[in-house]
Design a protein around this ligand. Structure first.
Ligand code: IMP
Ligand code: MG
Length: 168
């Protein structure tokens, strides 16, 4: 497999994002990570975040065991706590067609957060089907299927500490 982003590249960029997010939200920051793909990104992001931050998790399913989108988004696990009057940051692994994120932003905005922003480690703008706002992007990449650092192909490769390209 071809390595697209090394551990060092990822670590450097995640530290920058954490600093930028902290600057924008000096207090009251609540991160909502989207399982399973964002688990590694979230864990590095919070380790680079100084000061107070709280976390929650939700799970959605938009893909079957394949590399193509079904366009269907299903809520598999909901949050534990309310978002009302909190500064909420959605933490996602990758924005591809944008369908998952549009759905997430819509349902979370309806819960009355003080602010709602989104951080994605990766973005594939050439694949976008809907116009979706992403406030913090780690890396913009070409239209290639990537795995590692939380991202899977048929539930495998999430453990890789780097991001690699799978030829399909
Ligand atoms: P979207 O709804 O098409 O934007 O898809 C977002 C979700 O699709 C991500 O959270 C990933 O789970 C998955 N996905 C999209 N592209 C890739 C990829 O290149 N590798 C692994 N998963 C991907
Ligand atoms: Mg995902």
């Amino acid at each position: 497999m071809e390595v697209l982003l090394t551990e060092t590249q990822i670590r450097t960029r995640v530290a920058q994002l954490a600093a930028e997010i902290r600057r924008d939200f000096p207090t009251d920051l609540h991160m909502v990570a989207v399982l399973k793909g964002a688990f590694m990104f979230l864990s590095d992001l919070v380790r680079h975040t100084t000061g107070a931050v709280s976390l929650d998790f939700m799970a959605v399913s938009s893909y079957a065991k394949a590399t193509s989108s079904s366009g269907q988004v299903r809520l598999l696990k909901d949050l534990d706590s309310s978002l009302e009057d909190r500064n909420v940051l959605i933490v996602e692994d990758i924005v591809d067609t944008g369908l998952t994120l549009v759905y997430l932003q819509e349902i979370l905005r309806a819960r009355g957060p003080k602010s709602l922003r989104t951080a994605c480690l990766l973005s594939k703008p050439s694949r976008r089907q809907v116009d979706v706002r992403v406030d913090y992007v780690g890396f913009t990449i070409e239209d290639r299927f990537v795995v590692g650092y939380g991202l899977d192909y048929a539930e495998q490769y999430r453990n890789l500490p780097y991001i690699a390209v799978i030829e399909s």
